[in-house]
Structure formats: structure tokens, C-alpha cells
Design a protein around this ligand. Sequence first.
Ligand code: ZN
Length: 204
Amino acid sequence: MPKKFIEGLQHFERRHFPDRAATFRRLVIEGQKPSALFIGCSDSRVVPELLTGAAPGDLFMLRNVGNMVPPYHDGIGDDSCAAAIEYAVDVLRVRDIIVCGHTHCGGVAALLQPRNEIPLHVARWIEHARAAQRDEDLNDEQSMRELEKRNVLLQLDHLATYPVVQKALAEQRVALHGWLFDIAHGRVDIFDVETGEFLPAGGE
Ligand SMILES: [Zn+2]
């Protein structure tokens, strides 16, 4: 275990937690009431709390390679994504669901790699993003940014196949959002339904 992590734990216990003990205790007594479900990539460079300023209790999190949402099915399979979505929407009653992609995403880039060069389960998993790929996609910056954006929109479409999400949308108690975090430039672009573009969250 890296020494910095142990030191981090000690810092949390001795310094960070005591300053916020009341908040944590309230979250235990009242339970969590996160306002949003954040679906993000497992990528270590994506730090949702840092990007959003979220505090403990604010974000319910679902993370996996390429911030993907397998289309809804009620058969046997990996239930982890469906369980997180159902719990967030039906039990916790989150008001917003954010699918947050990011630049330089290895999961999305793997779509353009030969299948035999990718670990087995990664190769299988990224098929959930295959429909975002276009024949003309190249392994260059511009193409990758567009593919990463299309992947976010595709996963939002998949999200809308879940009955709990459809019900919540019909009752107008949840809103879906597509974000793209640009790692190099430190900014998040948000999909704008009216223009069909990803626009800077901070305005320009
Ligand atoms: Zn990624």
C-alpha cells in the first residue's frame, strides 16, 4: 500500500473528519439523500467531487470503463448498473442523472483497436458503445472528442430504456444530462438539447 494512502487515511481520521463529524452523523441518522446519480468512467483522472464541488451525501455514483449503461434487459446478466440506476431513481429519488464522459478515454479509444489487442472483458464491455462509432472515425484528437461525445449521448439513450427511468421521466421528477470533462483544459461541456452541441458549463 502506498505510504501516501496511509497518510491520507490518518489525515482523514485526525483532521478532516473531526471538522465534519456533525455532517457525517446527520447523514447516518437521516440517511443519504443525494440529488443526483453520477455515471462516470473508472478513469483515475475523473474526480467527480472535485469537478462539481459535491460533498459527502450529494452524489450517488456509478462508475465503469467508458461511463457506459448497458441497454435495459430483464434477463440474467451483470446487474450492477441496473441495480444502481433502480436504487437511485426508485429508492433515493434522485432528481438528476448525469452521464459524464471525458477526453482521452481509454474505454472509448478501445473501440478503434483490434479486438485481439484488448483484454477479453474490456472488449466485451465496450460493445455497449459500439453504436456510437462511425466508419470514418480515426484515431486522432478531433475524431476521438466527437466519439466521446456520441458515446455520452448513446448512454443517455440506453438510460432511457430502463422502466424506472421512463416512469420518472413521465412524472417529470428526473432530468438526464450529458457532460464531457476535458482533462487537459480543466473544463466540463454540457450537452444542450436546443443546439445539439456540448457547450461550456462555465459559459464563454
Ligand atoms: Zn474513460
